[in-house]
Design a protein around this ligand. Structure first.
Ligand code: PRP
Ligand code: URA
Length: 209
């Protein structure tokens, strides 16, 4: 495993991941679990965020504290990344969320871009691409390509479950991008689904399919 790949071994992540995978988990609970795991992974992935000193007044006096000193952008790959970005903006409300619409062509498994409203100039210091599933890696590689062409310099990828094929593809195309995951599974099936995975992350969040 490349040294930029980090699989969380946190007991809460692993406990919630098993519930997320279960076919008995209905969309409402599934969305809740996506949010909770995304927040736990973001907590780990944000441990190197720089801080600036901040002084606040408590009811009893002055207290020295800190604030996050970088502009953080979260880039959900639509649709399935939406639940993760909403969870992250809830715990760090200063993040900028820039949506990227990519879907996998069912025949070729190649990513197709259908929505990109990134502003003209990069307005963030750290970009975090979020998508629950890293399968062939095509969508993640395309998203990072788009961000780099836009001018993003520091980029991280946050996903829930990956196939070894996806980890290899993203690490090979973008060795500078750290990959944070809750699990790396066995393999991809003939339709490009992660085994055992959790099925279709978009359909399970939004009750489609
Ligand atoms: C899923 C998933 C990723 C992509 C992963 O999206 O959310 O974006 O597939 O596959 P890859 O690594 O092989 O590119 P999908 O295309 O099903 O779109 P959706 O989220 O809109 O359902
Ligand atoms: N996209 C999903 O939602 N699930 C997979 O297993 C692969 C791609």
């Amino acid at each position: 495993m490349a040294d930029k790949v980090r699989v969380s071994l946190h007991p809460l992540v692993q406990h919630k991941l098993a519930l997320l995978r279960s076919e008995l988990t209905e969309p409402k609970k599934f969305r809740e679990l996506v949010r909770e795991i995304a927040q736990l992974l973001f907590y780990e992935a944000s441990e190197d965020l720089p801080l600036a000193p901040l002084t606040v007044q408590t009811p009893l006096g002055s207290a020295q504290g800190y604030e996050v000193a970088e502009r953080v952008g979260v880039i959900p790959i639509l649709r399935a990344g939406l639940g993760m970005s909403e969870a992250i903006i809830d715990i760090l409300p200063t993040v900028h969320v820039w949506h990227l619409g990519l879907y996998r062509d069912h025949e070729t498994l190649q990513p197709v871009t259908y929505y990109n409203k990134l502003p003209k100039e990069p307005d963030i210091d750290l970009s975090i691409v979020v998508d629950p599933m890293l399968a062939t890696g095509g969508s993640a590689v395309a998203a990072v390509d788009i961000l780099k062409a836009w001018g993003a310099r520091r980029i991280k990828f946050l996903g829930l479950i990956a196939a070894p094929e996806g980890v290899r593809a993203l690490s090979h195309a973008h060795p500078d991008v750290p990959i944070h995951l809750a699990a790396i599974d066995s393999h991809l099936d003939e339709r490009g689904y992660i085994v055992p995975g959790l099925g279709d992350a978009g359909d399970r969040q939004f009750g489609t399919g």
